[in-house]
Design a protein around this ligand. Structure first.
Ligand SMILES: [Zn+2]
Length: 359
């Protein structure tokens, strides 16, 4: 075999050996293009060189296999590490443990933005009650005017336990925060009858059986709003939401409603705001339409009031439900809802105070 060929093999050898240390899947080195190219070359060589060259390439492959096997067995031999240790117990640099930096934590953006949203409603006189993460069929559907077999139940496909409650119904991971409406109405009914309206916002985690993509998650956050009093009109509903949105987005907005359908509100509306990011000139956020759909809302259905023992001829109310992530995504230009639950530190650090530390 001539010198040129053996140099070629040596070059590939040093390239692949250097690469091996950087590879997570060490075994992939045996499928590298460089190695394949050496094998491909065999058929182009004159017959007198073929045997020696082929043997040299095979040897290289064997050496690489050996290195791969060694690194695999040494990886298995690594001792277990204590990831919860408060200091660098596994440091090999020197025997004294180094303290880990303490500035690496920050509040999750859902929590910090939710706090801002709740503050706005508290300023308008709303109380805050947290939702729950497991509920029964009555609160998920029945109390919200979805009778058994109602087709609208299909829009709330979520997770259920195999265990059942006293009525033989499976427990449900709530698909919306509206499951709390009946409890809120019952709980605050005495206040209502003493002359103070019910005004409550209900943040909570909800669940759906979704095909997960950039806009859909199986687990996300919603906020429900419930207001009941005397002489309450749809104008009060629109004004409340407009004040909230202007305050959260720190911009003047116009609002638009379209008829929609929910069993638990009548009439039901889809609520849109004028795009605060382009002043309706058209931008990516509003898909160049100037409007952004924000939430579903409506006047509470008289049946829902009746199920909670409230006199629907005397009192009226409105309710809305909205996705917290959607508000935050719009505000901060986030394009993928999956980032919130991803645990990705590069995403989370953008929301930490002072922009995040080094660690
Ligand atoms: Zn826009």
């Amino acid at each position: 075999m001539n010198q040129e060929l053996s140099e070629q093999i040596n070059n590939v050898k040093s390239v692949l050996e250097a690469r091996l240390s950087t590879l997570e899947d060490k075994r992939s080195i045996l499928r590298s293009v460089e190695l394949k190219a050496l094998y491909e070359q065999i058929k182009t060589l004159p017959d007198e060189n073929k045997a020696a060259y082929g043997q040299a390439v095979n040897e290289l492959r064997q050496q690489l296999s050996q290195l791969v096997a060694e690194s695999e067995s040494s990886a298995q031999a690594l001792s277990a590490i204590d990831v919860s240790a408060p200091f660098a117990i596994n440091s090999t640099k020197d025997r004294r443990p180094g303290l880990l930096p303490a500035n690496s934590g920050s509040e999750h953006p859902i929590m910090s933005e939710q706090a801002k949203i709740l503050d706005i409603f508290k300023g308008m006189g709303f109380s805050v009650v947290e939702s729950r993460e497991i509920d029964d069929d009555w609160h998920m559907f029945g109390a919200l005017n979805f009778p058994e077999g109602h087709p609208a139940r299909d829009h709330y496909d979520t997770f259920m336990t195999t265990q059942t409650d006293v009525n033989g119904k499976q427990w449900i991971a709530p698909a919306h925060t509206s499951t709390m409406q009946n409890r809120i109405l019952e709980h605050y009914k005495p206040d209502l009858e003493n002359g103070s309206p019910i005004a409550v916002v209900i943040p909570g985690r909800v669940f759906r059986n979704e095909d997960v993509d950039a806009r859909h998650e199986h687990t996300f956050y919603q906020m429900e709003g419930v207001y009941v009093g005397e002489n309450v009109s749809i104008g009060n509903l629109i004004a409340t939401l407009k004040v909230f949105l202007e305050s959260y987005y720190e911009a003047e907005i116009k609002v638009k409603t379209q008829p929609f359908y929910f069993p638990f509100t009548e009439p039901s509306l889809e609520f849109s705001m004028s795009c605060p990011f382009c002043n309706q000139a058209g931008c990516r956020v509003c898909s160049y339409s100037g409007w952004i759909e924000m939430l579903g809302c409506g006047m509470i259905h008289p049946n829902v009031l009746k199920f909670a023992g409230i006199d629907a001829s005397k009192y009226q109310g409105f309710a809305w439900g909205c996705g917290i992530e959607r508000f935050i995504m719009l505000k901060h230009g986030i394009e993928d809802i999956r980032l919130f639950e991803s645990g990705r530190l590069d995403f989370l650090r953008q929301f930490s105070l002072g922009g995040g530390g080094e660690q």
